[in-house]
Design a protein around this ligand. Sequence first.
Ligand code: RIB
Length: 300
Amino acid sequence: MTRIVVVGSINLDLVTLAPRFPAPGETLLGSRFITVSGGKGANQAVAAARLGAQVALLGAVGDDVFGERLLHGLAHEGIDLQHVLTLPDCSSGTASITVAGGENQIIVVPAANAQVLPAQVEQARALIEHADVVLVQMEIPLETVDATLRLGQRLSVPVILNPAPAQTLPVEWLRRARYITPNQHELAILLGADPAEDFRTLLQRAPCPVVLTRGAEGAWYREGFRSAHQPGFTVDVVDSTGAGDTFNAAFAVFLHDGLPSAVRKACAAAALSVGSLGAQAGMPTRSALQAMLDLHAPPG
Ligand code: RIB
């Protein structure tokens, strides 16, 4: 069983389904509203657990009803929550999400996630030391992202950095990651480049191995001089929220299979995840993923 530690955010997602995105100042009538578990860290933990990994999450919630509900959901997925803090006098993170035509717009209020500090990573040293892979994203303070990358490097545990939401980082931080997994926009921001620059050029400019996600078009990856494309799996999209998180989780879970296989499985898992409303609802089990892979097995 792959042992994965996820360092990241935990949010309650407030999701509105709308016919389209409103213009500034405009009021629209939506068709549905749900509250579901989310947050990039929690989503990646849940997706990895459903794919059969042994998962521990490092993060924080507030001492409110959202926090209780979020912890309950994570425990139900079998995730080790020993390193998730419940912070007094603090609210849990929230994400206000509008979904229209399968696309989304998101506003995150970090709240408790902003209190996930480097000391918490140090306290989880023993856990991280025994992990096969660590996953970290950027909805927590960047100093904590840095602490995670440094500790992973010190302990020789591979850290996958999912640089979302987009922010610029010092180049030396990126070199500490085993892989970075941005989309095109995130990679451009990360490198301080023009977001309109061709993604193939951006891929070459990355200072470390990179897996670039391209939604329905699949993923491009580069390690050293070797680069390749994994086409996406064609599916009907209900809600793409959490697709990137599912991709990262599957990539981490199957990394031991080698880069091409891990990227293929990650693309398939992400495709399965977009079939339901809510970040975690469509995340596949290991057997659902296998069925998808068998269905699309290359001939011969
Ligand atoms: O990646 C999707 C996630 O981003 C949502 O669940 C939301 O909470 C935001 O953090």
